[in-house]
Structure formats: structure tokens, C-alpha cells
Design a protein around this ligand. Structure first.
Ligand code: HEC
Length: 118
């Protein structure tokens, strides 16, 4: 009986640790993605999109205000950033992945950030 309890307790602690570690890792990824989103020389998504209350001060505001993206599957967001023409052949959005502007890890970070946009 005591043994069973010990196993249960250590399993619980293990589970909590895993959750804490992955939440921390995700927070870093979100921060990284937000930076890419807002940095002119990297993603520069802010040039065309308002997101999370940040307003673009650019009259050439081409893209829609980003909202409700937390409901999108991560794969759909990845695909959109990788190559918007797949879903929309006349998109005015650059294909960041296909054109080699952002690499796989950078797109994943951007997707983690996009998932925080309600
Ligand atoms: C040159 C302007 C431009 C830039 C820069 C740009 N986008 Fe877009 N984006 C658009 C346009 C226009 C659309 C709407 C047409 C479409 O869906 O393809 C769009 C659509 C989107 C959508 C779908 C939104 C929805 O509600 O359907 C997402 C997500 C998105 N962009 C993310 C990004 C991210 C992330 C970046 C930076 C890596 C970025 N965009 C950079 C122009 C831009």
C-alpha cells in the first residue's frame, strides 16, 4: 500500500514537472515569436497586421487585423506563414517559409506567438 502511494506521488510530481518545463519552454518560444513578428528586419509582420492591441502606424496596412488565431490549429498557422498562396492564390502576403525568409524554427516561434492572439 505504502509503495503504491509512493509511486502515485512520484508520478504526480513527474507530471507536474513536465507541465512546468513545457510551459516555460513555450513562454520563451512565444517571446521569440513576438520579437520576430515585431522586428522590421526579420518577420516584420507588424508592417501589415495589427495584433494583440499593437497598432501599426503604417498607411500601407495591407493585411487584416489578426484576431481569433488561438482557435486555429498550429499546422494551419504554420502553413499560412510558410506559404499563403496555398490557401489564397492572390494573397498579398509574402511566403516567409517558401522564400527562405524565416526558417522552420523561426516559423514555429511565430506560430507559438500567433496562438496567443485571441
Ligand atoms: C506585405 C503585407 C504582409 C506581411 C508583411 C504579412 N502579412 Fe499576413 N496577411 C497579409 C494579407 C494581405 C493577408 C490576407 C490575405 C490572406 O489571407 O492571404 C494576410 C493574412 C494573414 C493571416 C490569416 C489571417 C486571417 O484571419 O485569415 C495570418 C495568420 C498572417 N497573415 C500572419 C502573418 C505573419 C505571422 C506575418 C509575419 C511573418 C505576416 N502575416 C506578414 C499581408 C501581410
Amino acid at each position: 500500500m505504502a509503495d503504491k502511494k509512493r509511486v502515485l506521488v512520484s508520478a504526480l510530481i513527474g507530471g507536474l514537472l513536465t507541465v512546468a518545463v513545457s510551459a516555460g519552454g513555450n513562454a520563451d518560444l512565444v517571446k521569440q515569436g513576438e520579437k520576430i513578428f515585431n522586428t522590421k528586419k526579420i518577420g516584420n509582420c507588424l508592417a501589415c497586421h495589427d495584433a494583440n492591441g499593437k497598432k501599426i502606424n503604417n498607411p500601407g496596412n495591407l493585411g487584416p487585423k489578426l484576431q481569433g488565431l488561438s482557435a486555429w490549429p498550429a499546422e494551419a498557422l504554420y502553413a499560412k506563414v510558410y506559404d499563403p498562396y496555398q490557401g489564397n492564390p492572390i494573397s498579398a502576403m509574402p511566403a516567409f517559409g517558401k522564400n527562405g525568409v524565416l526558417d522552420d524554427a523561426q516559423i514555429k516561434a511565430v506560430v507559438a506567438y500567433l496562438k496567443t492572439i485571441k
